[in-house]
Design a binder for this molecule. Structure first.
Ligand code: HEM
Ligand code: SF4
Ligand code: SF4
Length: 456
């Protein structure tokens, strides 16, 4: 007999109809959540996506090509996730397991729709069925292993890892989805009685079916139906919760990998034209970041790698790149949400009907935080989804410099440069004393021209 199974086998028609309605509901909640965040990103400075489609095909491909390359290497290939020992491997297992299960479920639905048109179109049978069932069974184990590791790690709460109550829901529901999936498969084997390769191609399900071997067919069918519903409801919950939990990095992460510039952390020059047009330098309100920078705030899943790599954080300075990103994300949500007009964000003055929003500079990000950054780029290099805390910081810092809002060592150094021509405030004739006895070139005044030139 050709190995196969019915897609909604043992599930009454009314349950199947309800299943599709609930699927639509879950997708609706998911789409609404994405739309809510998308509206926020759109409020940033345009990255020119609209104009892109006015170009010809070659130009569009040239612009999008690096993004596709990164998506393959850093998204599907998980190349930036590596380097964190067991956590990286657990994620890779979870990721591959999820992708295979997702692909498998999609193919199953396509087969179901095709079979609905004509039974001749059904392809979920024979060798295809055997390979399909085997791969899903094996990769499901990888998915579960990743979940178990991450749950165990959460009980230890590494200091750099973000922690929200919904993290437990996400990992717990993943674990429950995996376990109920296998139970449903095991019970299906009990009542369906497949033999030979048709049973052996689901090794985990076959093993579980052994636990229920004494169960009469009718009882196995009843338990199967109940667990099928539990499994389905958990999956609906997962789909609907993606935009509202840390799982949002599934969407925003790859999007940011795609749209992020290739040269992260690079200080872009500011032109006089830009300054005249914008009437400001740098970022004084959250919507002065560009659309990709706003998207990157949502891509951050608080893994804490940037914080662990940051020398300022390690030496007790008031700076955590992860916190900067999260604080800006919080401000974006508060200040660019529906009902907030352009221009009120970042300002403490709110329209009478609007609750007041914290200011960007001072309330949300402190000056000491901005000046604690050494611009070393370590945070940029380690971020798995190409968030660029350094550029966020330098954009904010530029604005403070332009507004004359400098304090601490930076302000003192600039004042000393202005008065004495050196950072230490030494008298002009003494400022090169530190180089005495060292073989270093020294600049001196030119005898004819009013310039300095190297004499050593
Ligand atoms: C572009 C694709 C993705 C990237 C770059 C990515 C990256 C990451 C990183 C770096 C972490 C933190 C892990 C650590 O501590 O080092 C994480 C957490 C997590 N990822 Fe992904 N991820 C991606 C897609 C996915 C997908 C498709 C899933 C599957 C559903 C997933 C599920 C999770 C879960 C559940 C956590 C939380 C673990 C915890 O609570 O500790 N991710 N992701
Ligand atoms: S660039 Fe700044 S924020 Fe990033 S790691 Fe270096 S000091 Fe920390
Ligand atoms: S900015 Fe990147 S490295 Fe830092 S916590 Fe967020 S995702 Fe992790």
């Amino acid at each position: 007999m050709t190995p196969t199974r019915e897609t909604f086998g043992n599930i009454p028609h009314v349950s199947v109809v309800l299943f599709y309605w609930l699927t639509l509901l879950a997708i609706g909640i998911f789409a609404y959540g994405i739309w809510r965040r998308f509206r926020l990103w759109r409020r940033g400075i345009s990255i020119g996506l609209g104009q892109l489609f006015a170009r010809n095909f070659r130009q569009i491909v040239a612009r999008l090509n690096p993004g596709f390359h990164r998506l393959l290497k850093e998204g599907l290939g998980q190349s930036r996730v590596r380097g964190r020992g067991l956590a990286s491997w657990a994620h890779i297992g979870l990721f591959i397991g999820f992708m295979i299960l997702f692909l498998g479920t999609t193919l199953l639905e396509i087969d179901h729709l095709a079979a609905g048109i004509s039974s001749a179109l059904k392809f979920h049978k024979g060798a295809y069925y055997v390979i399909y069932e085997f791969l899903l069974d094996v990769f499901g184990v990888l998915f579960l292993a990743g979940c178990v590791y991450f749950l165990w790690r959460r009980t230890r709460r590494p200091a750099s890892l973000g922690n929200r109550p919904t993290d437990w829901y996400v990992l717990g529901s993943f674990l429950a989805i995996g376990i109920t999936g296998y139970l449903v498969e095991g019970l299906r084997i009990v009542w369906q009685h497949p033999v030979g390769i048709a049973a052996a191609c689901s090794p985990v399900g076959l093993l579980i079916s052994g636990w229920f071997s004494g169960l009469p067919d009718a009882a196995a069918r009843s338990v199967h139906r109940v667990l099928w519903w539990v499994h389905s409801v958990l999956v609906f919950g997962f789909i609907a919760s993606i935009p509202y939990t840390r799982l949002f990095h599934l969407i925003a992460g790859p999007l940011n990998l795609f749209f992020a510039p290739g040269d992260l952390g690079k200080l872009a020059a500011v032109s006089m034209e830009e300054v005249e047009k914008d009437e400001r330098i740098g970022v004084s309100a959250v919507e002065h970041f560009d659309q990709q920078q706003l998207l990157s705030l949502d891509a951050c899943m608080e893994c804490g790698r940037c914080e662990e790599a940051c020398p300022a954080f390690a030496t007790g300075k008031p700076l955590s790149p992860k916190k900067v990103v999260q604080d800006l994300k919080g401000l974006m949500t508060l200040s660019l949400g529906p009902g907030r007009s352009r221009g009120t964000a970042g300002s403490t003055a709110a329209a009478p009907s609007e609750p007041s929003v914290p200011a960007l500079h001072g309330d949300t990000i402190q000056l000491e935080t901005l000046w604690a950054c050494t611009t070393c780029s370590a945070c940029v290099r380690v971020c798995p989804v190409r968030v660029d805390p350094l550029t966020l910081i330098t954009d904010l810092r530029r604005n403070r410099v332009a507004e004359g809002a400098l304090s601490g060592t930076a302000a003192t150094s600039l004042r000393r440069m202005q008065s004495s021509g050196n950072l230490w405030g030494w008298p002009l004739v003494e400022r090169a004393n530190w180089a005495e006895g060292l073989d270093v070139p020294i600049a001196t005044e030119h005898p004819k021209f009013d310039v300095l030139y190297w004499v050593g």
